[in-house]
Design a protein around this ligand. Structure first.
Ligand code: CNA
Length: 239
């Protein structure tokens, strides 16, 4: 409770908050993360999850890729939780300047957040590898095992696969928001996927807050460390 009061005070007094988050933000929405004890990386598949979500695997095994991707990364019934809605409310109040996320689930936007920088893309955007035409998620789900464009090209999710680079404009923008922030809240990320995780090193503001159920490499740098469920933490805040 003491930590929540401290966080509440920081939020009340901050005018330039930026949030940097990961898969742990959506576990309370029933989307498993990668590295928790019940995360995707603990399950048994024909190949490691990182292999099945790689650029090379997409190129060489499209049907297996889509089977794995649709069954493990797509949760059409997932709804935003208190963390998503709390961040959207902070933006509306003019306190939060950006949500920078490694998530691909679109739940921040569904909760009402406007300025969302998706470092790893989104399941909701899909494009034809031949003519670059864009398709929504429904099109992919309705055209399995391998969705094809009307031009005959293969449709690929606009998601950064292992082995692919991040969009440089999104990275630059994220870096700008973090380096100008007064308060940085890092939540629900193991901070182990690069280059995304290195962005937090550009923070030079006053309050570095870390919210995670487990420990991370950044714990010692945090001014306020909250080892708890981020959904519970945001539920307890008055925004
Ligand atoms: P990760 O490496 O799986 O780490 C998740 C972190 O969140 C861990 O440190 C957990 O301890 C922590 N955590 C889990 N649940 C909670 C909770 N309720 N409250 C607080 N902390 C919690 O995931 P990262 O995001 O760090 O790694 C980046 C990958 C995961 C990105 O490339 C994503 O695309 C990818 N991913 C995204 C989703 C999604 O979009 N929802 C789901 C699974 C994986």
């Amino acid at each position: 409770m003491e930590n929540i009061e401290k966080l509440q005070k920081i939020i009340d007094e901050s005018k330039n908050i930026v949030f940097f988050g990961g898969a742990g933000v959506s576990t309370a929405s029933n989307i498993p993360d990668f590295r928790s004890s019940d995360g995707l990386f603990q399950r048994k598949y024909p190949y490691p999850a990182e292999t099945m979500l790689s650029r090379d695997f997409f190129k060489g095994h499209k049907e297996e890729f889509y089977d794995f991707y649709v069954n493990n990364m797509i949760y059409p019934d997932a709804r935003p939780n208190h963390a998503h809605s709390g961040l959207a409310a902070l933006e509306k109040k003019g306190k939060l300047k950006a949500v920078i996320t490694q998530n691909i689930d679109g739940l921040h936007q569904e909760a009402g957040s406007i300025n969302v920088l998706e470092l790893h893309g989104s399941i909701h955007r899909n494009y034809c590898t031949k003519c670059r035409g864009f398709y929504p998620l429904d099109y992919v789900l309705e055209n399995l095992p391998v969705p094809l464009c009307t031009c005959g090209g293969v449709v690929k999710p606009d998601v950064v696969l292992y082995g692919e680079g991040l969009d440089t404009d999104t990275l630059d923008n994220a870096l700008k928001y973090i380096s100008e922030a007064h308060t940085l809240i890092i939540g629900g990320t193991s901070l182990s996927v690069y280059p995304a995780a290195s962005l937090v090193n550009y923070f030079k503001g006053t309050n570095l807050i870390l919210i995670n159920k487990e420990s991370t490499a950044m714990d010692r740098n945090a001014g306020l460390l909250i080892n708890d469920d981020i959904d519970k933490v945001f539920k307890a805040l008055k925004i």
